[in-house]
Ligand binder design. Sequence first.
Ligand SMILES: [Zn+2]
Length: 152
Amino acid sequence: MPEIETAELLARAAQHEAGHAVAALHYRLPLLEVVIRDDGSGNTSYCRNLGLPEAEDWCVTTFCGGEAEHDRFHDRRGDHGDLLAITNMLAKLKLDWSERRLAELRHQARHLVKRERSRIRTVAAALLRHRRLSAFDVKWLKACSVPRPMRM
Ligand SMILES: [Zn+2]
């Protein structure tokens, strides 16, 4: 794998985690905070363990990291951890979802990322600057970043 500049690693991590964070708020999941680190890793965490009623929304939210990265950088690198997290969550909740159902949820994630593109960018830029945003910060940024109205 060709070496990626640190700046790009961070920009990717910010875009990826911003995808998770914006989606989490969209589904009203109990977001705690979102973090990126110098090595290009990052994390989106919740205030509590999520349960069965939230499984589907959480799954779409989890796909939104890789989808947000893909939306901006047009390739996929950073979603191995997410796919593993989904597998583990399904096992923990004893859910036996088909490949087809998972593909549908990923499709939903892709649409959500497109719809929230400008907000994800805004959150990613702030995350790049501050490295850590609370759920409150993300909410505020999301509210401030209204998609531009279409020109007539
Ligand atoms: Zn992720």
